[in-house]
Design a protein around this ligand. Structure first.
Ligand SMILES: N[C@@H](CCC(=O)N[C@@H](CS)C(=O)NCC(=O)O)C(=O)O
Length: 205
């Protein structure tokens, strides 16, 4: 069986777990915290990051965008990306925005948690918060009154933004309430959480 190396808090790994569940793709889960000394991530991915998906022939795939696209291609059921070129680029732009919100969130987390207090640079975190807020506001404006970003059905964008929001909530609940500031995204998240793929992958510490 193909294997996913993941950590329970990783928003990128959550994308992969939701995508696989929505596509009905089974896999073996291997818990791996890339910060721990016993991590297998470095041996499988020169970048030392999870998620990593190990294919049947032993090839280790990364990063989450490549893995999600791979999983989508394994079965025609519940497509996560549109076929038409222009639509696909539109969706991938939103996917990149959701990933960028995760990247900025992780940058703040690393600054605050991995760097000694005396060496921390608050302006760096403020810059990252700017990316998070502008990204969330843009996603909220572009979703507007629709239930889904594209094509009236669940796809990679909903998976990405929900994973980003779950992570923002996990790390920054003392900084701001994304639910209060972005009610359109909050309503989307609540709807998505009715699906098992989303509710069973909520990040836990
Ligand atoms: N762009 C990558 C980001 C993956 C990533 O940054 N994963 C984090 C965990 S959330 C990680 O493994 N960090 C360990 C490190 O950077 O050394 C993806 O989409 O998969």
């Amino acid at each position: 069986m193909e294997k996913l190396y993941f950590s329970t808090t990783s928003p990128y790994a959550r994308k992969v777990r939701i995508a696989a569940a929505e596509k009905n793709i089974s896999f073996e889960s291997v818990l791996d915290v890339p910060w721990n000394d016993d991590t297998k991530a470095i041996a499988l991915n020169p970048l030392g990051k999870v998620p990593i998906w190990v294919m049947r022939d032993g090839t280790a795939l990364f990063d989450s965008r490549v893995i999600v696209e791979y999983i989508d291609g394994l079965s025609p059921h519940s497509p996560l990306f549109p076929q038409a070129f222009a639509d696909r680029i539109k969706v991938k732009r939103w996917e990149a925005m959701a990933d960028g919100i995760m990247d900025a969130s992780l940058a703040i987390f690393s600054e605050r948690r991995k760097r000694p207090a005396a060496l921390q640079y608050p302006e760096w975190s403020e810059r990252q918060f700017g990316k998070i807020h502008r990204g969330l506001q843009t996603m909220s404006d572009e979703l507007a009154r629709q239930d889904y970003f594209h094509g009236g059905q669940l796809g990679v964008v909903e998976i990405g933004i929900a994973s980003a929001l779950g992570y923002v909530g996990l790390r920054f609940s003392e900084d701001f309430s994304w639910q209060d500031q972005y009610p359109i995204l909050s309503a989307l998240y609540d709807r998505l959480m009715q699906r098992q793929s989303f509710s069973e992958t909520v990040p836990v510490l």
